[in-house]
Write a protein that binds this ligand. Sequence first.
Ligand SMILES: [Zn+2]
Length: 389
Amino acid sequence: MPRVAYVISEELIKQCDKIPVLKKRASMVHELIRAYNLHRLMDCVKPNVASDENLSLFHSQYYLDYLKNECTAELSFESVGSDDDDDAEDSDTSDVDDEQLNYGLGYDCPKIFNLWKFVRVIAGASVTAANLLLSNRRIVINWCGGWHHAQRDEAEGFCYVNDIAIAIQRLRTRFQRILYIDLDVHHGNGVENAFAYTRRVFTVSFHQFQPGFFPGTGNVDDCGHGIGKGYCVNFPYKSHIRGELFIKYFYKTLTEILNKYQPDACVVQCGADSIVSDPLGGTNLLPEDLAICVERILSWDLPTIFLGGGGYNFQNAARYWTTLTSIICKTREPLDNDLPDNEYFLRYGPGYELSIPRKQLDDLNTENDMETTYQTIIENLKKYNVFNC
Ligand SMILES: [Zn+2]
């Protein structure tokens, strides 16, 4: 089996750790993967920083110019004049001006120290993942990527740069039909918007969809625009969805799409907020449920990039991505359920285990609801004549 490439560097972890709601999460994730010795089963690849040209593959020049001119180290804190931001990890909470808000830089996306550098490093890791696929790598992991809400000209939902859309744009230089699968509990709106008008990228998002649940888009009838109509699928579900139902409808939906679309590459966003006990999510899914979905994706034997995303229970995000890493590397033995010693070990108490308990929750989704949603998706695929283009 060809070895999996794992995009990682100290700088990447340091930048990812800076996201205000995700402080140190990237460190915890990598530390657990390292403690299980999974990094030794992969080729660790140091990412490059994204170029202006890379960032322009998706973002508007206005947004990039603003980040470049207004969000560099020198301007982030008047008292800090160097580019070494090791200790300057707080977000810039100085007065928020209107121009800043125009670019979404306030509320859930406060300006962070040296945002311009952050954006180049975060996007660079997914560009590196895409370049690896372009040079014949089969499977690449980048758990520091997956920022699916960022829009062309603004930050949104803790996402400052849409590394996914940029990476997919790179992939389009070689691959004709790219399938994007979004498993985050939130709708992958930024990626869907990026490719709503094309048939060259098919986007599929499974997400919680209820009044007041962020971002509020991703209805089953939203299926692309113009020539791209039909080449976008949204599978909305309600709170407390359980593994059995999720897996069943993931299989059914993806089997249909795979047969009709026949992609030649795949990008998967594995946001960890779709795991039970996430403070911003609402499912009853376990890592092993989503691991079954990931195994199915691997069985297609397509060049594939696996990315991270949301995940606000950091311990569970680390448990989930460590579990997925072992599935993707096809380790012979399952991982020991007793967590190995690591720098963040004490945060995993009181159980100190890899597994996450399922909760006693009433699933608000019925088999009937899920079947109706599935049938609507099938009708739309037929209506818009989705075929191997
Ligand atoms: Zn999310």
